[in-house]
Design a protein around this ligand. Structure first.
Ligand code: IDP
Ligand code: MG
Length: 135
């Protein structure tokens, strides 16, 4: 028996722009994850930098923050057993070229930057990221 867990998912600007919200939400729902909250929001570059601060030492940080703030995104709380891991599996590898068949990034990702979705990678980050969007 595993208890329900929550994670944060984001549909990134490239996917919102291509009207992929329904398709991506359907993938979550069909896999047994419940979308318990969802909101469309356009972050400022400062807010994106705050959200991605764990990456502030990475060479791609500035580009990453510019990109996340380049257009509207959809932030969601997903809930279900092993939600963090399940979401990461549904997303696929960071680079769409390396993502497994039928994963969201394989199906819809354009590049390592425009890879369509974000998902929390640990219980600590899930809690912090949910708080960031749904305080
Ligand atoms: P994740 O989104 O699969 O968890 P992270 O390593 O947490 O991947 O990186 C956050 C985001 O930063 C990625 O989704 C991707 O868009 C971008 N990114 C990661 N690694 C690179 C890179 O080597 N070059 C450019 N962008 C990257
Ligand atoms: Mg990550």
């Amino acid at each position: 028996m595993s208890e329900a867990e929550q994670t944060l998912s984001i549909i990134k600007p490239d996917a919102v722009e291509r009207n992929l919200e329904k398709e991506i939400k359907t993938i979550f729902e069909k896999s047994g994850l419940k979308i318990i909250n969802s909101k469309k929001i356009h972050l400022s570059k400062e807010e994106a930098a705050d959200f991605y601060k764990v990456h502030q030492t990475k060479p791609f940080y500035d580009r990453l923050c510019s990109y996340l703030s380049s257009g509207p995104i959809i932030a969601m709380i997903l809930e279900g057993s092993n939600a963090i891991k399940k979401n990461r599996e549904l997303m696929g590898a960071t680079d769409p070229l390396k993502a497994a068949p039928n994963t969201i990034r394989k199906l819809y990702g354009v590049s390592i930057d425009k890879n369509s979705v974000h998902g929390s990678d640990s219980p600590e980050n899930a809690a912090a990221e949910i708080k960031f969007f749904f305080k």
